[in-house]
Design a binder for this molecule. Structure first.
Ligand SMILES: Cc1cc2nc3c(=O)[nH]c(=O)nc-3n(C[C@H](O)[C@H](O)[C@H](O)COP(=O)(O)OP(=O)(O)OC[C@H]3O[C@@H](n4cnc5c(N)ncnc54)[C@H](O)[C@@H]3O)c2cc1C
Length: 416
């Protein structure tokens, strides 16, 4: 959608083929019990500049369809680290100084670690798993469990034991160590579809482009002067193609050409991590102290969101379970009961049972962000055939920003 909007803005006629009933893919709106919910609870950060610019472009009226809050990592009554509203780097230093539930030794270790990263310009001599890297940099067990692991799971959806230290540090570089607003947490105040993909689709249609939903492409064939797209609409010819599917779907769509063998091989080496989003509807008066908080380490859930405070769905909580874990062997009802128990045990002991629950399990939510993963470039060896998506080459893990950036790069390549 980012590529299609960018090209439309430059006067290039585009056609978007989307297999789903609505655009948005992994960041789409889903309908549940008459509510427009998200396929997964998403959070952006202030450093996701390209995504925020696109959202702002699609929603010129103020206020923007998201809330901007200072970065806050909070496990209620146990641990709290909140960025101060000060210019960088004071916002972060003040956060470390004022953090609650953390020893002075850990504050020092944290400050030293961040300044060492800054000194080496956030570039590691060689990539390695994040956990070992943090241990070598004297990050205590407490910091690993209460700070780095939840942050790593939120940013990379990959456990620190196997996650790429370099990709994680790239996110730290752009969020924590950039300008003060870059570390902000940006929380959608409307369903994701309205925020970006459906808004983009409407804008493209209004400006002369086509967005075909429920229109799965079955084949992309290379011709002498372009490509033929095979879809339920028949066979249509195009001069350029941007293939913007998730990595597990891209292989099957690549035109049959030996030039693309290397990309096929790279795609085969991708591994994936799940994300489970558990929606629990409680009585409308149910409220967390903050729109978002973390659960203590060792729980199944890492993050809990109060949709009442975010999107106005009073009493609806969204719990996020990132990456692989024993929960993937459980049924959805069991997962929902465990999440309800965890909320009761850690935050709201007197909570009445939920009125309903819904578990959305995305088994291949993101690629596993491991060291040395070779990601295909947006420009392929096949002239005028490009790849967009969060998995393509870039220095971000699987995120909205990674996907948007790759789309914009493809649009630039088409213009060239
Ligand atoms: C549960 C969950 C939570 C997440 N949380 C966050 C978060 O908090 N912050 C963040 O930044 N990122 C988050 N992500 C990641 C983010 O959603 C993705 O990085 C981003 O949506 C990827 O976009 P994409 O365009 O690369 O791929 P996709 O969203 O997968 O889009 C690919 C599209 O291709 C379509 N398609 C596939 N095959 C065909 C075909 N043959 N013909 C036509 N269309 C086809 C699909 O229907 C889909 O719409 C989360 C992801 C999940 C699943």
């Amino acid at each position: 959608m980012a590529a299609a909007v960018a090209l439309t803005r430059q006067g290039v006629p585009v056609s978007v083929f989307e297999a789903g009933r609505q655009p948005g893919g992994r960041a789409r709106t889903v309908q549940l019990n008459d509510l427009n919910l998200d396929n997964g609870q998403h959070i952006l950060i202030g450093a996701y500049r390209h995504t925020l610019e696109l959202i702002d472009f699609l929603h010129p009226a103020v206020p923007p369809p998201y809330q901007r809050l200072p970065l806050t990592l909070e496990v209620p009554d146990r641990f709290r680290l909140q960025a101060a509203r000060l210019p960088a780097p004071w916002h972060l230093l003040a956060a470390i100084l004022r953090a609650e539930g953390i020893t002075w030794k850990d504050r020092l270790a944290l400050t030293r670690f961040l300044s060492r990263l800054k000194k080496q310009r956030f570039k590691l001599p060689h990539d390695e798993p994040l956990l070992g890297f943090l241990q070598r940099h004297r990050q205590s067990r407490f910091l690993l469990q209460w700070l780095w692991e939840p942050l790593c799971l939120a940013a990379l959806n990959t456990p620190p034991g196997i996650a790429s230290a370099q990709l994680f540090i790239n996110v730290l570089r752009d969020s924590l160590m950039g300008a003060a607003g870059d570390s902000d947490m940006v929380l959608p105040a409307r369903p994701l579809g309205e925020l970006l993909p459906e808004a983009a689709g409407n804008w493209i249609r209004q400006h002369g482009g086509a967005v075909h939903t429920s229109c799965r492409v079955s084949r992309i064939a290379q011709e002498i002067d372009g490509f033929t797209i095979h879809s339920p609409l028949g066979n249509q010819s195009f001069s350029h193609v941007i293939c913007a599917t998730a990595p597990q779907h891209s292989s099957a769509l690549l035109p049959a050409s030996p030039l693309l063998a290397d990309i096929r091989a790279k795609l085969q080496r991708f591994d994936y991590q799940p994300i489970y989003t558990v929606y629990l509807q409680y009585q409308p008066g149910t409220r967390l102290r903050t729109p978002m908080c973390a659960l203590p380490p060792g729980r199944m859930v890492q993050w809990l969101f109060d949709r009442g405070q975010l999107t106005g769905e009073a009493g609806l909580l969204a719990a996020v379970i990132s990456a692989h874990g024993p929960h993937v062997e459980l049924g959805h009802n069991d997962i929902a009961s465990l999440v309800d128990e965890e909320i009761r045990a850690t935050l709201l002991p007197a909570l009445p049972p939920p009125l309903w629950h819904q578990v959305i399990a995305e088994k291949r939510a993101t690629f596993a962000a491991v060291p040395h993963l070779e990601r295909p470039a947006q420009r392929t060896p096949l002239p005028h055939f490009y790849l967009a998506g969060d998995y393509t080459a870039g220095d971000y893990p699987a995120t909205l920003e990674g996907a948007v950036r790759s789309g914009l790069q493809c649009a630039d390549l088409v213009m060239q």
